[in-house]
Design a protein around this ligand. Structure first.
Ligand code: PMP
Ligand code: GLN
Length: 394
């Protein structure tokens, strides 16, 4: 393994999903839904197989999908992008992010981002020769057996200290995996000010944009004054349409930045997912009601999980968005080792979860050692059973 990839072994999701299968446990580790997406979307994909959609789509993605992405940005964010050269279809958000980093970073360029962070970020920055400058997110304080609805927060001083003269790019993720945090208007204003003062490019991962619960509102950093011109917005259809295996993603931004991403992207996958592209286009054009219902349904599942985890005696941070809740395992794992807790959970309770430690850079792992992430994007009966098992945990 090349030195730039040392330390990036197997993703935690592969390991934990394999553990769930091997032990017959309920998998609340890797975040994927166990219910099919909307029939309007699935039917289009079925009908597209066996047609010209089975062959290579155009390099930037099918024009109709790029148009649907632009319409969706206009409808939900009030952002205008030209499907001709400001929208690029990618193999999931993952490829969009990696291609953007490969396209935009010089070796040694610094990437400022919040930690914990989604696990592909550190590897993608490393592949691009960049350097991570993490800013710490702090969980709210919560007692055993209680649910906190307070968000994770960060210190302005930590953010400013992370921005050195080598800083090139601010990598944001809102709503945020694994914390479930949605950046507030005040936080976004500060981030926009810092990005503009330091002349940073902004790459924003918004794959959970529609999975936002009551009381919170998703705002794209690109909508703030002076930000559209320096921002690449990344999202994908996996979460919104319960099709995480389809890997249809996209990136929107000013033409020169999108052209740079396309240059890298065309030599990674060139194109992907022919029959799924028209299907995601149909999904993006569903009425507002669809998007409201997705979040509303998921919110009931969030409440079922966080209540159950609290009843199991854990301190719980209820997320404002996403598929994930976080617990502090110390009341049931006195050594505070979240990895050990996750490895023993199949035996203790027949459930699989993911240690939050994996979302930290190795040198900061201690900050997340006692935290564990549980996914709630599962059917009510499945979550109910998982919660019952956790309450009986040995
Ligand atoms: N970003 C975040 C924050 C994620 O949680 C995920 C995984 N669901 C991705 C990106 C990857 O998205 P995709 O499957 O579209 O590549
Ligand atoms: N994003 C999903 C999660 O955080 C998993 C994606 C993956 O398996 N790479 O659980």
């Amino acid at each position: 393994l090349a030195s730039r990839l040392q330390g990036f072994g197997t993703t935690v999701f592969a390991e934990m999903s394999a553990l769930a299968v091997a032990t017959g446990s309920i998998n609340l580790g890797q975040g994927f839904p166990d219910q099919p997406g909307p029939p309007e979307v699935l039917d289009v994909a079925r009908a597209a197989i066996g047609t010209a959609h089975d062959q290579y789509p155009p390099g930037p993605g099918q024009l109709d999908l790029r148009t649907a992405v632009a319409e969706h940005q206009q409808r939900f964010r009030g952002l205008t992008y030209d499907p001709a050269d400001e929208v690029l279809v990618t193999a999931g958000a993952t490829e969009a992010l990696t291609a953007a980093l490969l396209a935009l970073l010089e070796p040694g360029d610094e990437v400022v981002l919040f930690e914990p962070m989604y696990d592909s970020y550190a590897a993608a920055v490393a592949m691009a020769g960049g350097v991570l400058r993490p800013v710490r997110l702090r969980p709210p304080v919560v007692a055993a057996g209680e649910v906190s609805r307070e968000p994770w927060t960060f210190d302005e001083a930590d953010l400013r200290a992370a921005v050195t003269p080598r800083a090139r790019l601010l990598l944001l993720n809102t709503p945020h995996n694994p914390t479930g945090k949605v950046l507030t208007a005040a936080e976004l204003a500060l981030l926009a000010e810092v990005a503009q003062d330091a002349d940073l490019l902004v790459l924003t991962d918004e794959v959970y944009e529609h999975l936002v619960f009551s009381g919170a509102e998703h705002v794209s950093p690109a909508t703030l004054p002076g930000m559209r011109e320096r921002t690449l917005v990344v999202s994908s259809g996996g979460k919104t349409f319960s099709t995480t295996g389809w890997k249809i993603g996209w990136v929107c931004g000013p033409a020169p930045l999108v052209a740079a991403v396309r240059t890298a992207k065309q030599f990674l996958t060139y194109v992907n997912g022919g029959p799924f592209q028209p299907a995601i286009a149909a999904g993006l054009r569903l009425p507002d009601d669809y998007f409201r219902h997705v979040a509303h349904d998921l919110e009931q599942h969030r409440d079922l999980l966080v209540t159950g985890l609290a009843e199991a005696g854990l301190p719980v941070v209820s997320p404002q968005a996403t598929y994930f809740g976080t617990v502090d395992v110390r009341p049931v794992q006195p050594d505070g080792d979240g990895w050990a807790f996750c490895r023993s959970l199949p035996e203790r309770a027949g459930v699989v979860a993911v240690p939050t430690e994996v979302f930290y850079a190795p040198e900061h792992a201690a900050l997340g050692r006692h935290l564990v992430r549980f996914a709630f994007c599962k059917q009510e009966e499945v979550l109910g059973e998982a919660v019952a098992r956790l309450r009986r945990m040995r």
